[in-house]
Design a protein around this ligand. Structure first.
Ligand code: EPZ
Length: 422
């Protein structure tokens, strides 16, 4: 099992090269099943979740090719040979549920293992099923699998009302509506940039989508076929992670990403006293010259403060002068990083779905354990500011969402080593 060893105290500076967004790439690849022609993708990150997705696609009959050097992927599914997504793959990646809609659209049947919970919560799929039932699908739950069927006419356009702007369920609904006969409207759709990236692919394949970026999407379905290669947007969560790593070390780091992907994050960083600027070469640059001030934030669906950056901000705020508060409203158990940050010397207190952060706290290196993807990132940020050496175990969690993380940190000046720990 690999671990990361970080010696704290180095100031990070420079421009980090961002990878393609994991949470955009996953639905895009599943959308490759919506046509029997070959789809080409560019800027696909080399992550374990991507490999899991490619295994799932191969399992239903797709030919996939991943050129890890060029970061290109092709998905070609001339015929679906199985409509099953097996438990052993689905249990490793919740987003596997995104295979449900394209399988139903292609062959009118799908058997997808229920994902089961994960470190950050129960994570049901009821909104995915509700959306597809509105379009004509029927579901049974059998032996831990969702078994869906669709009449031979395929999905029929309809109205879908989400009680909560679920990212995954919006992606499921979008793929089904794009393949449906007629027009659909999705109300209270999620507005994340990754949703817009998927919408752009579906439009390039022949669907009509109005309201991109808004919470009301009107989709007219079509027989979908690929056109030019689709380039995945940069990863805004990765960008936020490295910008905060720069700030906690008193450095200045930049990333080539549009500010509109990070509006709420940049606003919070400014409130915390960071200098935030957009450079001529379309980069966001942050610097921490005068120390950090405490802030109070609540996570929310886009364009609110992203839950995927909550753990990283918590690590940063351990160095702010005073009392900060973080409220998590998206997942019911996303404070797994708290006990590990406390082991590094952070002064944190959980109150229900709030965490109080007292700062600044003198962090000291220790052996800590990663529990989920973003919790691992928060431990890295804290370790960069800790006195002495920190060893982070179970970093397979990191490999799910951060490409070449230790190399990118090294390029910014961190003293970090990826080692095999027997
Ligand atoms: C996506 O997960 C992201 N994953 C998550 O990123 C991200 O944290 C989340 O959106 C919120 O932004 C991918 O895109 C692959 P949701 P998803 O459906 O689609 C409840 C990371 O670290 N819910 O918006 O699962 C659910 O339980 C990952 O990169 C239902 O109740 O998020 C949760 O409490 C972690 N029923 C809330 O909604 C449903 O059918 C948000 O879930 C679906 C979701």
């Amino acid at each position: 099992m690999d671990c990361l060893r970080i010696v704290g105290g180095q100031r990070l500076s420079g421009k980090v090269s961002l990878s393609g967004a994991k949470n955009a790439a996953l639905p895009l690849l599943f959308a490759g099943l919506l046509t029997d022609k070959k789809l080409q993708f560019e800027n696909i990150p080399n992550l374990s979740d991507i490999h899991t997705t490619l295994r799932l696609l191969e399992g239903v009959g797709a030919e996939v090719e991943f050129n890890e050097l060029k970061k290109t992927v092709s998905v070609f599914c001339p015929a679906v040979t199985s409509c099953e997504a097996p438990y052993d793959l689905v249990r490793t990646m919740r987003a596997s549920i995104l295979i449900l809609a394209p399988l139903l659209a292609r062959v009118g049947e799908a058997r997808v293992s229920l994902p089961g919970g994960c470190a950050i919560g129960a994570r049901p799929v009821d909104l995915h099923l509700m959306a597809l039932e509105a379009l004509g699908a029927t579901f049974n739950l059998e032996n831990g699998y969702v078994h869906g069927t669709l009449k031979s006419g395929g999905f029929l356009g309809s109205e879908i009302h989400f009680p909560f702007p679920s990212v995954g369920a919006t992606e499921t609904a979008l793929m089904a509506c794009a393949a449906a006969t007629g027009t659909s409207v999705i109300h209270n759709a999620a507005r994340e940039p990754e949703i817009t990236d998927l919408s752009m692919l579906l439009v390039s394949m022949g669907a009509k989508i109005e309201g991109m970026g808004s919470s009301k999407l009107t989709i007219t379905g079509a027989k979908l076929r690929p056109t030019k290669a689709h380039r995945v947007i940069p990863d805004r969560i990765e960008a936020a992670t490295y910008l905060m790593a720069g700030l906690i070390t008193g450095g200045n780091v930049s990333a080539e990403i549009t500010g509109e992907f990070l509006t709420s994050v940049l606003s919070v960083l400014r409130d915390a006293g960071a200098q935030v600027s957009e450079t001529q070469d379309h980069c966001i640059e942050v610097a921490n010259r005068g120390g950090l001030s405490p802030v109070k934030i609540t996570t929310a669906p886009f364009p609110g403060f992203p839950t995927d950056v909550q753990a990283q901000l918590m690590a940063l705020l351990t160095q702010a002068e005073g009392h900060s508060e973080i409220e998590e409203t998206i997942f019911e158990n996303r404070f797994m990083h708290v006990p590990e940050l406390i082991r590094l010397g952070a002064r944190l207190r959980i109150r229900g779905n709030h965490v109080d952060v007292e700062g600044p706290s003198a962090l000291q290196g220790a052996i800590v354990m990663a529990t989920d993807l973003r919790a691992s990132a928060s431990l890295i940020i804290a370790a960069l500011a800790a006195k002495g050496e920190t060893k982070i175990r179970r970093i397979y969690h990191l490999d799910r969402g951060y490409e070449d993380l230790h190399l990118k940190l090294k390029s910014l000046g961190a003293e970090v080593y990826r080692e095999r720990e027997n």
